[in-house]
Write a protein that binds this ligand. Sequence first.
Ligand code: ATP
Ligand code: MG
Length: 391
Amino acid sequence: MREVILCKYGEIVLKGLNKSYFESTMVSAVKRRMAGLGNCDIHYGQSVLYIEPLDDDFAFEEALRRVKCVFGIVNVIRAASCEKNLEAILATAKEYLPDYLRGAKSFKVTGKRADKRFPMTSPEISAQVGGAILSVMPKIDVDLYNPEKLVHVEIRENAAFLHADDSRGAGGIPSGTSGRALLLLSGGIDSPVAGYMVAKRGAVIEALHFESFPYTSERAKEKVLELARLVTEYTGKMNVHVISLTKIQEELKKSINEEYFTLLLRRSMMRLAERVAKKHHCEALVTGESLGQVASQTMQALGVTDSVVDMPVFRPCIGMDKEEIITIARMINTFETSILPYEDCCTVFTPKHPKTRPALDKVIAEEKKLDMAALEDEAFAAIEDIVIKTY
Ligand code: ATP
Ligand code: MG
């Protein structure tokens, strides 16, 4: 008996001719994550990817943790593998499964015969394995309708696999199969979630963070870099670009009607983001905005900010309540970092009464009071590029 990890594909199984492209992209992502964990064999077939440790030093738990973050995999299963004969299967069932069933009142075995040459039917395999479990665990019951635990026996091409423990994988489609997008990453709760959601649909994510030193601190920037790193548990790596908005904010504060401050700042952020995106071959922008959450996220305000760019702006949180966003933030482990109390550039000089239903012509008239292009050229020229490579 050997313990192995089985990874079951999600949507990739539905792909047609380009299935092998999606599959090889995902397998490369798994291989990168397994580097440094010890000797293992990684192979795939019939829409399952197998990670088989080759010696006892292999860091099995860490491998499980890492592979659960690979997009394209819906189920991550730790299983015992053995030879494809009844004797070996029953011996493995008795040795391996009691650890997973201990304490449970009932169980059910489901057999699956992917290798149709195996001489027993699925119900026959299930019955035999059920009997083997009962022989070593006399207190547990078989319950075919409402079992507390499910035991699986899979007869596959190369071996038989037994398991009673599966967890959800990251789902989605493999990173790198949907192009490249630029995430506007603040230190808040929403934007890391937005980046994760677009990455889950296969996009490579680059990030752009705006700072406003000395109004925002070095620690605020470190927090953002830590958020980016947490997202790389899923994406593998991320280029983070940092632009200072200090001068733009100071000039806006001096020259324009305070009510328009946030809107004009956000238009500047979007224009700069588009420039960064084009430079780094990103085809869309991503923000963490949610309809109606704050004054700059009303439909009219979003229209005013969108009108300065001509690439798609993805806002995966647009229809989500804060609580729903927080649920995902907790799941991807960014929440605790996001709530660390550091300032964001968007909270520097914020007006008391921002416009919630801005008219575009008035916004443009206000914007003309300043040479925004020159200010943005200056900010863009001083961009800082940081690479975060986790896998
Ligand atoms: P978050 O929780 O992500 O900070 P928020 O609810 O605080 O979002 P805003 O501060 O209004 O909302 O920002 C809306 C969106 O604008 C953010 O989700 C993010 O995409 C972008 N954004 C805000 N501040 C910055 C920043 N300093 N750098 C880059 N993008 C930013
Ligand atoms: Mg914010």
